[in-house]
Design a protein around this ligand. Sequence first.
Ligand code: SF4
Length: 171
Amino acid sequence: MIDLFESKITGTQVAYYIVCKRKLWLFSHHIEMESFSDSVLIGKLISEESFKREKFKEISIGDTLKIDFLKVDNEIIVHEVKKSKKLEESHIWQVKYYIYRLKNLGLNCFRGVIHYPKIFKKLNVEYEETDTIKIEQALLKIKEIINQEKPPEVINKPYCRKCAYFELCYI
Ligand code: SF4
């Protein structure tokens, strides 16, 4: 079971943990550059403009989770909308983290769908039994990274160029 610190971790932090530990640290220390990034802005617009008819859209859970939309029938299905598939692994773990949190609240949720409206694709996400331990290990590591005095080193990946923190990392 997660503690109070871990329950304050957002889906964005889980995604950043997968993409780049430095990005996670910078974001978690309130150095937020996203508002200056065209790429982030486009992503937000796509999310806002897609699936407008969904009943349960932009669902907040506590102070930390904001899910693009939920479908509720015999079970709850988490839906996230993303701009591109490039960082797919981080999208999958963000969705799995939402499922994990909903499951911890006692809700019947085991599946998610990631939508990529720009390329007319979607990806089904199944929560597996072993995911709980993986997520809890990741939450501990996230806690460790955030508590470091200094940010981790830059990672020199091709996607750094599109990152909102690019200038900050490479000046
Ligand atoms: S520019 Fe690269 S190293 Fe810097 S935060 Fe972004 S992904 Fe990480």
